[in-house]
Design a protein around this ligand. Structure first.
Ligand code: IPM
Ligand code: MG
Length: 390
């Protein structure tokens, strides 16, 4: 009773201080809905206990949308995403839709959101929690304390370049084409995001491309260097070939601070970066659009780096941490609530330190850790949040 009153008072305060923030939840497929359930619980907790109030809406995306609405992302759901202050995304895809035509694949829903909301900057932190350093496939000393930010260009390159497609040739064989294409402004704006972030971190940027074989790589290198020289001469910049970058990531990951790279290399390098930390199940991401001076807003989508994991879906064993950390990124990057983001990140770090593990991060023979379900991990994190917030 006493607690309720306190919670209500804080909520009232929150409401009078700031307008409600609009969040659109898109759980998607596979383990998406299970992990997003835990996110909704934490969002509710913030609404009750902190001076920040969210209006939650929900929509379908991916396979779930194909089944119910006949398309991986309906115009109505896209309109909701466009109107939201931030989109919290689960995961899309599954074997059921693997043989679908290109436009009817679940992934098209995600790619349309990225492209049509203009989410060109994908931030993928690879941070190794101390408690999990032993879960990495690399030696503990190589990954303990690791803190890398991969900045992936997300709306250009070979993911969207034209022409693209598969054609039938007259001799009965077929020919497939994808086009890798980048323009100067596309490279400039992603470079600025990377240099800006580096200034707030270790002041070091590695720019990864394949300028030894690709024209896009040559232009990428030139433009990144120019943006550096003209606007960020104080930041240390290294150019690195993308294949060497992947090798260096597993050889000596702590040499990196910020890595900026294109859409396809970023897809691959961020999976490597993720696995350094022990589990894909822990890694969040933020996809950000350009800042609109008129409204003071920018479109943003937050999603775990892991996919829909259909093999474990529906069993209640998925790790909700990547999704919860994605919500923490939303607090930080969309709502400028750094302290609230810190709170959630600290709660998660403490819960891991206390020995709670979902199946994916469960070490083989360690009597000091306990296995919990998806909901069990949510319960423990909520309890820890309550404790920390006092
Ligand atoms: C990612 C995923 C996506 C991508 C898929 C689901 C389209 O692998 O976000 O890394 O390739 O970008
Ligand atoms: Mg990927």
């Amino acid at each position: 009773m006493g607690d309720d009153t306190r919670a209500q008072r804080k909520t009232e305060n929150g409401r009078s201080m700031t307008a409600n923030k609009k969040l659109l939840i898109l759980p998607g497929d596979g383990i998406g809905p299970e992990v997003m359930d835990q996110v909704v619980r934490v969002v509710d907790w913030y609404g009750k206990e902190r001076a920040v109030k969210f209006d939650l809406d929900e929509g379908r995306v991916g396979g779930a949308a194909i089944e119910a609405e006949g398309t991986p992302l309906s115009d109505a759901t896209f309109a909701k995403a466009e109107a939201a202050d931030a989109v919290l995304f689960g995961a899309v895809g599954g074997p059921k839709w693997d043989t679908n035509s290109f436009d009817m694949k679940p992934e098209r829903g995600l790619l349309r959101l990225r492209k049509d909301l203009g989410l060109f900057a994908n931030l993928r932190p690879a941070i190794c929690f101390d408690a999990l350093a032993e879960s990495s496939s690399l030696k503990t000393e190589l990954v303990a304390g690791l803190d890398i930010m991969i900045v992936r260009e997300l709306t250009g390159g070979v993911y969207f370049g034209e022409p693209r497609g598969i054609e039938d040739l007259s001799d009965g064989t077929r020919r497939a084409v994808d086009t890798q294409v980048y323009t100067t402004p596309e490279i400039e704006r992603i470079a600025r995001v990377a240099f800006d972030l580096a200034r707030k971190r270790g002041n070091l940027v590695h720019s990864a491309e394949k300028s030894n074989v690709m024209h896009t790589g040559v232009l990428w290198r030139e433009v990144v260097q120019k943006v550096h020289d003209e606007e960020f001469p104080d930041v240390e910049l290294h150019h690195i070939l993308a294949d060497n970058c992947s090798m260096q990531l597993v050889r000596n990951p702590k040499q990196f601070d910020v890595i900026v790279t294109d859409n396809l290399f970023g897809d691959i390098l961020s999976d490597v970066g993720a696995m350094l930390t022990g589990s894909l199940g822990n890694l969040p991401s933020a996809s950000l659009g350009a800042f609109d001076e008129a409204t003071g807003k920018r479109h943003a989508l937050y999603e775990p780096v892991h996919g829909s994991a259909p093999d474990i879906a529906g069993q209640g064993i998925a790790n909700p941490i990547a999704s919860l950390l994605s919500f923490a990124m939303a607090l930080r990057y969309s709502f400028d609530l750094g302290e609230d983001a810190d709170l959630l990140e600290t709660a998660i770090g403490n819960v891991l330190a206390s020995g709670m593990r979902t199946a994916d991060i469960m070490p083989a023979n360690n009597p000091k850790v306990a296995k919990v379900s998806t909901g069990g991990m949510g319960d423990t994190i909520l309890r820890e949040l309550g404790k920390l917030a006092g």
